[in-house]
Design a protein around this ligand. Sequence first.
Ligand SMILES: [Zn+2]
Length: 403
Amino acid sequence: MNTVTYTVCPGDTPRRIARLFGVSYPSLVAVNPQWEEDPALIDGEIVYVPMPMPRLYVVRQGDTWESIAAQTGCGLEQLWELNSHVYKGYLTTGQWLELPSAHSSRIVASEAEYGPQELSQDLARLSVRYPFLKVETIGQSVLGKPLLTLQIGEGPFRWHFNGACHANEWITSLLLMRFAEDYARAYRNRSLIGGKDAAKLFGKITLYIAPMLNPDGVELVLEGLKPAHPLFKELLLWNRGSTRFGSWKANTRGVDLNDQFPAHWEDERDRRQINGPAPRDYGGPAPLSEPEARSLVDWTERKDFHAVLAMHTQGEEIYWNYRDNEPPEAAVWAGRLANASGYRAVRLTGSDAGYKDWFIQRFKRPGFTVEAGWGHNPLPLEGFASIYDGVVKLFAEALDLSE
Ligand SMILES: [Zn+2]
């Protein structure tokens, strides 16, 4: 196999390098057999990358240009352009078509770890490809990373979805970003998203997505603790001496952002009995002490959302109530979300200070926490497609709930 060389940069992982070159992860491992022993990368190390092959598609009986575009995730015009030698009036079974490289067809790639860098690049590229998307920064993390949001649709009902409040649940950022891209494409192509007419949803809903509420924490989980980190000594202590952060849920000050909201915050603190920075469950010195939680609350007040949905992992459950503050439609909506996704709607007690708890108590409107997927956090990327399959239907159903 022909290869090129690549010099490892800070933050690189094997999967991120595969994504950068648009090659598959197994094909990258095949030319770097040393990773089978130890996949850790060293900055400045030289690795090999296979030359990407053109992607081809064999036309099957019954295929149309439109169905091939939909199946492969290409734009119809891009597909015509690459195959300008093929007569558009008909396709022959068994004929080869060229597809855009994995690189160019889809912006949000689920083959690699998804951190703050990937998020900001993807948002920039999405807003170029789909100019009707609006990207806005609603605040900054403790370490000064932008808290990025995305707006799609122009309807009167204001829905809000968010993700990666818990650092090691970063796969929720990818679920939300994949949905944003698929929804934008479906709207432009006048097609379906999660079985629903995208243009109809677009006309009745304005959706505000905050894909990554805790970018500092996500970076720690994905890349581990580096000596150059401004809180290196503290984080090492709070993480019991380990530089690996796979179990870390908190922000970079060891505060669990989903225990930060002013909804019986003291009850949650007394229940948890965690009195200082920790990988999880420490609610901070006071409600909204952390800029990530404060920014989300301020933005929620400004936008006056009609309903919110907070994405977490894992358990395939939907929580929809809070201390009898939820409106009557909440249970019905939860049932419909459960039907659409195959998840269970669960009535929860004995939990406070979460974002959806605060939202329900503050506005008396529907608020949900969805625990996506099944397994041990962080959920592995290998399961992404099957998790997304349920979640895309849940998201589309949510957007279709309000009349
Ligand atoms: Zn969580």
